[in-house]
Design a protein around this ligand. Structure first.
Ligand code: ATP
Ligand code: HMH
Length: 278
């Protein structure tokens, strides 16, 4: 039977990030995607022109409609925009017995525009993160959530541990924003003290719009299928590596990644490109 997943996130009219990236990724990985839209963004590869948030009630109603009808195996959150929307989402998660939850703590678009109000950071930390199976911050997001500057490898670990203390079960510290990260290394920290890294060849490209959304959507799909965490992260890494390295070269700014690449180029070689080690 097909697994049903849900993304609670913003719409990206440009199609490379947000709800659109999530649905494309879900489709490619063979799960049935449903949505609760938190905001419409007027956006293309050059940036975000406008943000039009939904009311918290409409976000909650969309979640109700889906969760009452389907047995949703895993939910992911992306752009949540405001404290009120975060509280509405957290309440629904409690009501529906906290299914598996992937939180991509989206804050700022590649062009610098804010996708999360400053007033929402406390709600994200105190109301939503404690419900997470896994949270997937990039370095600037981890800096905000852990309230510290991250420069060294030790800083990455200290910040991850601070996030674990909020009640998250696992943290993926994504390396897309780290300097000299030639192995595109992401480090995963788990509540039981275990850690591992996934890495792949760094790709020199400006077309990285929606990499975080795509990675977390792939992780959501794999967790929904019952794949154990370490293996699910490995597949998400293969998916994003294929999507970045077979870029589409469309648009005039930060172009989208190639969501068909994993299925199209999913050969032994691609699998070997990603190293998953404890
Ligand atoms: N140029 C690159 N080459 C290879 N892997 C990359 C590159 N850029 C990002 N990644 C990988 O993509 C995944 C997403 O990480 P990233 O830090 O870019 O997320 P993000 O900043 O949240 O993305 P966005 O906000 O654009 O959605 C991680 O696995 C990261 O290592
Ligand atoms: C709607 C939306 N969500 C997330 C991101 C981050 O990539 C974006 N640019 N737009």
């Amino acid at each position: 039977m097909v697994q049903v997943v849900m993304t609670v996130a913003g719409s990206d009219s440009g199609g490379g990030a947000g709800i659109q990236a999530d649905l494309k990724t879900f489709q490619e990985l063979g799960v049935f995607g449903t949505t609760a839209v938190t905001a419409i963004t007027v956006q293309n590869t050059k940036g975000v022109r406008e943000v039009c948030p939904m009311t918290p009630a409409v976000v909650a109603d969309q979640m109700d409609a889906i969760l009452e009808d389907f047995d949703v195996a895993c939910i992911k959150t992306g752009m949540l925009f405001s404290a009120d929307i975060i509280r509405a989402v957290a309440q629904k998660l409690h009501e529906f017995n906290r299914p598996l939850l992937v939180i991509d703590p989206v804050m700022i678009a590649k062009g610098g525009q804010s996708l999360l109000l400053e007033e929402a950071i406390t709600a994200l930390k105190t109301e939503l993160l404690p419900l997470a199976t896994i949270v997937t911050p990039n370095i600037p997001e981890a800096e905000v959530l852990a309230e510290m500057k991250i420069e060294t490898q030790e800083d990455v670990e200290v910040a991850a541990k601070k996030l674990l203390q909020l009640g998250v079960k696992a943290v993926v510290m994504k390396g897309g924003h780290r300097k000299n990260n030639e192995n595109a290394e992401d480090i995963v920290y788990m509540e039981n003290g275990e850690q591992f890294t996934v890495s792949a060849k760094w790709v020199e490209t400006k077309d990285t719009h929606g990499t975080g959304c795509t990675f977390s959507a792939a992780l959501t799909a794999e967790l929904a299928k019952g794949v154990p965490l370490q293996k699910a992260i490995g597949t998400a890494k293969q998916f994003i590596q294929a999507a970045i390295s077979h870029g589409l070269s469309i648009g005039h700014g930060h172009g989208p990644t190639n969501h068909f690449a994993y299925r199209t180029f999913n050969e032994v070689k691609m699998k070997e490109d990603v190293i998953n080690e404890s």
